[in-house]
Design a protein around this ligand. Structure first.
Ligand code: UD1
Ligand code: MG
Length: 453
């Protein structure tokens, strides 16, 4: 298979008006990745080396976005939306380069299974000129029906052009098509627009190829392969299916999810075996978790690296650049951003650690804050190995606490503290015997006098 050259053409010139959005439809995300990027990933996974993106509405924005998720893709603009065959022909220059296989996919169909694409390519390798990836559904309304004669696919009829009899067919066009490169332009150029919508239908190449005696084949895949997104309700439906698949994959690879339906992964979450994830955890992009970590309930984690056997949450927020080394602990109501928490260090309660390093085995007391920002710039806090930061301390960066340094609770630390030093950064306590009682009497008399007057 891999010896055969392959071009994937992704149609993404949809209007997307039903999304009610300033963002082009195919840039709306599933698991944090634009839906069209999911299609790109599937094409790549099916061994497609080259990529053509057909864009229309929001072309500039699309080009910019595509640089991130498909830097090698060539973009073609379809100026007028005259139908799916017309859209494919916008990429004529790419098709003309000559490929063994051409895959056509829709940018708004993000749950495409690479295996369905690979199966279609296999049929091309076996000699088919056109392969249609079909699916069966109880409710075929809106889809093109696959018309078969004597067990052979002879045409695809769009809903609006179907006879009442044809409308009953439940085998539908999922929208994925594979075409032999050497026949592609010939077939596409024969497509006309005599149909109910007056559009150039890609699906017409089936009838054209069959009439010319080419081998035309339908394969079957699951409904998800055809799930096109037109509004935000369908977007949420696709997100749900994606998450379900990912959760299952995580569990089968050795991750415990106590309540899987409440855990949300990102497209790029990496999570190692024997990690236990409690209910209601959110993973944003860029999270890597090694093995044996415990992620307690209600944690929100993005851009973080979590080494083996760490303990996170409940209610922890790890932001980009949080780097927890082996056995580090970040407990409830703690936020960590752009900071290394070295081996066995503990940040257990109600704390903000930003732009910092916390040395191995250090203990950060409840309510500690690294004051990293003066309203203009960010500054670094360095905490040495084995240091102890007493509760409710403010560490005003830039500042460093040496190895084994000991900070008295309630301190505001503005100057660096050497190794093994003890630092107090607070007013000394005064205790006045009997004064509490005296004060109370005075206040109560004053209040009584006010009431009378
Ligand atoms: C299409 C298929 C139908 C199939 C269904 C599966 C055709 C003629 N029909 O119908 O058989 O069952 O998908 O979902 O192919 N596009 C462009 N430029 C155009 C027209 C469309 O880029 O000029 C893109 C759209 O953005 C979309 C895709 O092509 O991503 C499909 O177009 P759409 O109008 O949704 O076709 P359907 O009527 O759903
Ligand atoms: Mg559609």
């Amino acid at each position: 298979m891999s010896q055969r050259s392959c071009l994937s053409i992704i149609l993404a010139a949809g209007e997307g008006t039903r999304m009610k959005s300033a963002v082009p439809k195919v840039l709306h995300t599933i698991a944090g990745l634009p839906m069209v990027a999911h299609v790109v990933k599937a094409a790549e996974a099916a061994g497609s080396g080259e990529l053509a993106l057909v864009i229309g509405h929001g072309a500039d924005e699309m080009r910019k976005a595509a640089l991130k998720f498909a830097p090698k893709a060539e973009a073609f603009v379809q100026e007028k939306r005259l139908g799916t065959a017309h859209a494919v022909l916008a990429a004529r220059a790419a098709i003309s380069k000559g490929y063994d296989d051409i895959l056509v996919m829709f940018g708004d169909t993000p749950l495409i299974d690479p295996e369905a694409l690979a199966a279609a390519r296999l049929k091309l390798a076996e000699g088919a000129a056109v392969v249609v990836v079909g699916f069966r559904t109880e409710n075929p309304s809106g889809y093109g029906r696959l018309i078969e004669k004597a067990g052979r696919l002879v045409a695809i009829r769009e809903e609006k052009d179907c006879s009442d009899e044809e409308k009953k067919i439940t085998f539908c066009n999922g929208g994925l098509m594979a075409v032999a490169g050497r026949h592609a332009l010939n077939l596409l150029d024969q497509v006309g627009s005599k149909n109910a919508k007056g559009e150039y239908y890609l699906t017409d190449i089936v009838e054209i190829a069959a009439a010319q005696g080419f081998d035309v084949v339908a394969t079957e895949a699951s409904f998800e392969n055809a799930l096109g997104i037109n509004n935000r309700a369908e977007l949420a439906q696709a997100e749900g299916i994606w998450q379900q698949r990912r959760r299952r994959e995580a569990m089968l690879s050795g991750v415990t999810l106590i309540a899987p339906e409440t855990v949300f992964f990102s497209h790029d979450t990496e999570i190692g075996a024997d990690t236990i994830v409690e209910p209601n955890v959110w993973f944003g992009p860029g999270v890597k978790i090694a093995t044996g970590a415990k992620i307690h309930a209600f944690s929100h984690i993005e851009g973080a690296t979590i080494a083996s056997n760490c303990d996170v949450g409940p209610f922890a927020r790890l932001r980009p650049g949080a780097d927890l080394r082996n056995k580090a602990k970040v407990g409830n109501f703690c936020e960590v951003k752009q900071a290394i928490v070295e081996e066995g260090a503990k940040v257990n309660h109600l704390t903000y650690i930003g732009d910092a390093r916390i040395g191995a085995g250090a203990n950060i007391g409840a309510g500690t804050i690294t004051c990293n920002y003066d309203g203009y710039s960010k500054f670094f806090t360095d905490i040495g190995e084995g240091a102890f930061i007493g509760s409710n301390s403010s560490l005003v960066a830039p500042v460093s606490i040496g190895k084994g340094g000991y900070i008295a609770s309630g301190s505001v630390i503005t100057e660096s503290v050497p190794d093994d030093a003890l630092a107090f950064g607070r007013a000394r306590q005064r205790t006045l015997p009997g004064k509490g009682k005296e004060l109370r009497e005075r206040f109560s008399q004053a209040a009584a006098a006010r009431k009378k007057g």
